[in-house]
Ligand binder design. Structure first.
Ligand code: GH3
Ligand code: MG
Ligand code: MG
Ligand code: MG
Length: 300
């Protein structure tokens, strides 16, 4: 198994400093470097380094300004920044920490100390990233959870509104799941939900599409830049895919295998006064219609 090296961006206007740091860290990490603030900001966005070592006094943008901009940009705000500076006053260090750096190392620096601090901060970042990922995943099914859905819907609503495209959403509820649980047991119910989650995720193709567990035995699919006919086609595929998994359900009032009901809606956010909750509300009302009309169907 190959473990990819962490990337560190070194920003300093003195080539000699870059050389020393590269020498100290280059064996363990992939090193990128920039000799001015503008280049550093561009590389931070394009190359997504895991950590930035930042000089304070530079021509053009100084390190404080670079750090403040990194912290103000959602694309770069989570990258830890360590200042390495010749400015040794207490107030310089305080200012560095105020603009969002995680650490401040004074020049002349000790290489073993820099190596140790870099290692510690990378370890902390790894842990933070893992927690962040786990907090977005549903524990039972391994797909996105409600929290991730809420964030994605909000994000896609704003993006499709800016770009004046359609946003579609499908709410899904497993049919007759209470009798499934009551007769086959809760563990079998859990297993059934896992299989449905996998089937749904596997049937949705584009990277921007999101399948999430909405709650109990309910799932939700977000389809950005997808018009009504495209979204209905996807909904039909989802319904068919789950039925063709043929998970036995002898206690269903619909048929002898596990099925789902779907309610969907498409809106053009740029034309709406309301927010994304309208999309959920419409889909929910149509899901209710699908149930009332006999289940195992999609209503739009
Ligand atoms: P309908 O066709 O109208 O949707 O009927 P239903 O029986 O599916 O609806 P109801 O809402 O009455 O039942 C939902 C059931 O889903 C009840 C609940 O115990 C079960 N359930 C919710 N979350 C889980 C879970 O994580 N694991 C298991 N095994 N069961 C769950
Ligand atoms: Mg300098
Ligand atoms: Mg339900
Ligand atoms: Mg149900």
């Amino acid at each position: 198994m190959s473990i990819s090296k962490h990337r560190i961006l070194i920003v300093d206007d003195a080539p000699a400093n870059i050389e020393v740091l590269d020498h100290a860290l280059g064996a363990e990490y992939e090193i990128l470097f920039a000799m001015d603030g503008e280049t550093a900001l561009r590389l931070a966005v394009d190359e997504e380094p895991d950590l930035i070592l930042l000089d304070v006094v530079m021509r053009g943008l100084d390190g404080y300004e670079v750090c403040a901009r990194l912290k103000a940009d959602p694309r770069t705000q989570d990258i830890p920044v360590i200042f390495i500076s010749g400015l040794a006053e207490e107030s310089d260090e305080a200012r560095g920490l105020e603009v969002g750096a995680i650490d401040y190392i004074r020049k002349p620096f000790s290489l073993p100390i820099i190596q140790a601090r870099v290692r510690n901060h990378l370890q902390l970042k790894r842990n933070r990233d893992m927690l962040e990922r786990l907090s977005m995943i549903d524990g039972l099914t391994g797909i996105a959870n409600r929290r991730r859905f809420d964030e994605a819907l909000d994000h896609e609503w704003r993006r499709t509104r800016r770009q004046d495209t359609d946003l579609s959403l499908i709410l899904i509820d497993v049919d007759c799941f209470k009798p499934f649980n009551d007769n086959y047991g809760h563990a079998a119910g859990d297993e059934c939900l896992k299989q449905i989650a996998t089937a749904l995720s596997d049937s949705v193709a584009r990277p921007a599409d999101l399948v999430a567990r909405y709650g109990g035995e309910e799932f939700v699919v977000v389809l950005p830049d997808t018009d009504e006919s495209g979204a209905i086609a996807i909904g039909k595929t989802l319904r068919r895919t789950v039925q063709s998994q043929a998970l036995p359900h002898a206690f269903s009032s619909v048929t002898s295998v596990v099925t789902i009901s779907l309610g969907g809606a498409t809106l053009r956010p740029a034309r709406e006064v309301a927010g994304p909750e309208l999309l959920v509300k419409l889909a929910d009302a149509r899901l209710y219609e699908a149930k009332r009309a006999g289940r195992n169907r999609i209503v739009w």
